[in-house]
Structures are given as structure tokens and as C-alpha cells.
Design a protein around this ligand. Sequence first.
Ligand SMILES: Cc1ncc(COP(=O)(O)O)c(C=O)c1O
Length: 316
Amino acid sequence: MPLAFPRSRRLSSVLEAVGNTPAVRLGCITKDVPGVEIYLKLEFANPGGSVKDRPALSMVQHALETGALSEEKILIDATSGNTGVAYSLIGAALGIRVELVMPANVTRARKDITQAFGTKLTYSSPMEGSDGAIVLCRSLVEKNPEKYFYSDQYSNPYNPLAHYRGTGQEILDAFGDRITHFVAGLGTSGTAMGTTRRLREHERPIHCVAVEPAEALHGLEGLKHMASSIKPAIYDPGVLDEILPIGTEEGWDMTDRLGAEEGLHVGHSTGANVCGALKIAQRLRSAKQEGCIVVIACDRGDRYFAPMKWEKKYTW
Ligand SMILES: Cc1ncc(COP(=O)(O)O)c(C=O)c1O
């Protein structure tokens, strides 16, 4: 079959490349669940390589509009990585300085990528995970409120709003009445909250599911075990139909399968999301029902090359 390429878009800034991501159907993973389609929405197609470009851009744009952020201030936030990459890219594109607080044990790749944009990094304790980064970031801002604009992705309504306006709308545009289920992982919860709220407005019910790590100490980078974490202010579990706990091993195994069987080299949180989607698909199949499940692919696997995931020594 000859390849057909869509017409190239001409953009005036890299920021215009954020959003409008494709969704691809999984062929092999779904072979035992005929009648159920699973589509991955490839958020790694954003210019910063992850689902976090959308909320970062939305929060920065709003802060610039209100004057809370300007070239005189430093944008600061606590981030385990992908939001940091997004802030760094956006800051560089707009001429705004960025400082990130992250646990010292985030992957080498994340540190290198953010610093490549000129971002300053401050490290929190590797033992305290993303919560330790939040606490340190808050204390830096308290000591120097004039110096910083604290974007605070865990509390900022413009995080879920980016997914309400973007991700959710794009899913409805692409799938319309076809979609029956939606699956996203819980980190800040912005993706799950914002997208679900938009899908709720569709005239036919769409079952919206969040995936979270089954254990407090886990290796699904980007996801939060809510019961043992500082609860994000934007998180409202009442918005969701269901929360599915997924173990680190099963998430990692699915990540390997997506690479080997589908040609999709993704991060572990995406593996966990697809694991959740497959459980739903198996449930539908047992009930002799059909379905169309749309799942978020948060980022690409090459972000996790160091330390090597295959050594399975990395604990988050
Ligand atoms: C790899 C990865 N997966 C999942 C998520 C969760 O997304 P959200 O913060 O929208 O809940 C994040 C967020 O940082 C992430 O970096």
C-alpha cells in the first residue's frame, strides 16, 4: 500500500505544535478480545515528548495573561520530569527563565533534557519522591515570593482545563459516538480530571477510568499512589467512574509488549494504562459486549534508558 502523508503544517512557533495528537489502534495486544478496539492517543507526539506540554502551555499562557508571570520572574515548579521538560521548552521559546525542583533520583535523561533548554535544577531528597519536591519548592517560594511565579501544577485549574479544552475535545472529534471507555493514569490527575469532564458532556455515557499504582513504592514513573501521597488540590475522585490499581511488574511487562508487538516504545505509565484498558476489554469480552477504549500514551520509552529499565533496579 503506498504511503499517504498528510499535508505538512506551517507553524510560526514550536508552541503551535502542542496538541492535535494522533490516536493509533492496537492490533496485537487486542487479539484475544475480538469486538473490543483499543486506541492509544499518542501524547508523546507533542514537541516536548509528553502529555505535559498541554497543561504547561495552558498554565504559562494564563499566568502571562494575568501578569502573574513576566520576563522579570522565574517560573518555578516541582516536577518529576515531563512537566519540567514542557516548562523548559516553553520558557526557552518565550524567553522566560525556569527553575525546577525534582527528586535527585529522576532519570539522567530528564536532567539532561531540561538543562539543555537552559533550565536551573534544584534537587530534593531521593527518598521523598515527588512529595519531597513539592515541599522544597513551596519553601523556596515562601522565602522569595517576589522572585518566583509558582505554577503549582497540582493545584492549578489550568492544568485540567488544558485537557478539557484539548485532549477531551480531540477525542470526541476523532471518535464521536464510537468511544465507550477512556483510560488515563493519575499523576497530578490533570489528564484524567480535565478529559473526563469533557467526555461527561457527550450525550452518550462514556465510562472513564483512572489507573493508579497498586503499591505505594512503585516503578510507574509519573503516576501517584494517591492514598499515600499529598492529594493534589485538582484531584476529585468523584469525577471518575472507576480507579484501577496496576502493579509495577504488570505495567512494565505491558510496556515491553507495546514495543515488541506494536512498535510503540512507550514509558511505564503508558504500559500501566494499556494494562488497565486490557482488563476492561477482557471484562467486556466476558460479558459478550463490544467496546472502543481510548487510552493515553503519556510519553516515550527513551526517557527511561538510564538507568536501564531492563535491569529492573529502578525504584521511584
Ligand atoms: C510519564 C507520565 N505519565 C503520567 C502522568 C500523569 O499525568 P497527570 O499529571 O495529568 O495526571 C505524568 C505526569 O507527570 C507523566 O509524566
